[in-house]
Design a protein around this ligand. Structure first.
Ligand SMILES: CCCCCCCCCCCC(=O)SCCNC(=O)CCNC(=O)[C@H](O)C(C)(C)COP(=O)(O)OP(=O)(O)OC[C@H]1O[C@@H](n2cnc3c(N)ncnc32)[C@H](O)[C@@H]1OP(=O)(O)O
Length: 223
């Protein structure tokens, strides 16, 4: 008796989201983020919650039957570091990023752009990101600062991993409020890249400060 032929591995797609698919992926992710925050922030009939569970599970089963997608690492190793972002350009290291990806259905969806030597991002923590009462979760704030610092690396085409990240929480981070995060390079010492940043209200009041050490890596280490 011979073994049955093994199943071929599912096809994987190692590419950024195709341009013609991106708008619909973003629209679907936006709708799901809206629903997530709405469920946390509003009373909901049990019947409606049951319907949400039923329909979400049925939809998930259809999506899970599709070809597997893989992070677009090939693109991260190449194109991401080839061009310096232009002034004001909306940036995305990959659209599924949990902090700044527009196509991540459970992300923060921060919107970073270049402003001179800095990266500046509009951030609004939805209701589902609440930690202490009426305050965004401190870990969510740290994620925003980590991610925005990652964009500063694009300005010098320096792939690097976070080695150390320190946050000083100076004031409560309000949820459902427009905020502004910024980050820039402080100095560099060989592979060690020291970055700083802050999170402020739209009026400019300080909420949190961040400083970090990123350690530069060769692109081949992005796997
Ligand atoms: C690319 C994004 C794509 C694009 C995608 C962007 C995503 C968003 C951006 C967020 C970025 C992340 O969250 S990155 C994910 C979170 N971070 C990680 O997973 C990193 C895990 N840690 C590691 O992989 C490693 O420990 C590294 C890469 C940090 C360092 O390892 P290494 O390459 O072997 O380097 P090593 O020789 O140890 O260290 C080099 C120098 O840095 C110092 N150093 C190393 N680590 C530390 C540390 N934690 N605290 C202090 N100093 C440190 C050493 O003392 C040494 O100094 P000296 O002796 O030379 O003086």
């Amino acid at each position: 008796m011979t073994n049955p032929p093994s199943e071929p591995p599912p096809p994987t797609v190692d590419e950024p989201i195709a341009a013609d698919t991106l708008p619909v992926r973003i629209a679907a992710a936006e709708a799901m983020r809206r629903l997530n925050h709405a469920m946390v922030a509003h009373e909901t009939d049990p019947e409606l919650l049951q319907r949400i569970a039923r329909e979400a599970n049925a939809t998930a089963a259809i999506v899970e039957a599709g070809a597997r997608r893989q992070r677009p690492i090939r693109q991260m190793k190449t194109q991401l570091w080839q061009t310096t972002p232009e002034e004001g350009q909306r940036l995305a290291h990959f659209e599924e990023c949990m902090v700044s990806g527009r196509a991540n259905p459970m992300g923060i969806a921060m919107q970073p752009r270049r402003q001179g030597d800095r990266i500046v991002a509009d951030v609004n923590f939805g209701a589902a990101f609440e930690g202490a009462p009426k305050r965004a979760h401190g870990g969510a704030v740290a994620a925003v600062m980590d991610d925005i610092m990652g964009y500063v690396l694009l300005l010098t085409a320096t792939p690097a991993f976070t080695g150390r990240l320190s946050i000083s929480y100076r004031a409560p981070t309000p949820v459902q409020t427009d905020l502004v995060a910024s980050a820039w390079m402080d100095r560099r010492d060989g592979r060690k890249v020291f970055l700083v940043g802050d999170l402020r209200t739209a009026e400019g009041d300080l909420i949190a400060e961040a400083d970090a050490l990123f350690v530069a890596i060769p692109r081949e280490r992005l796997t």
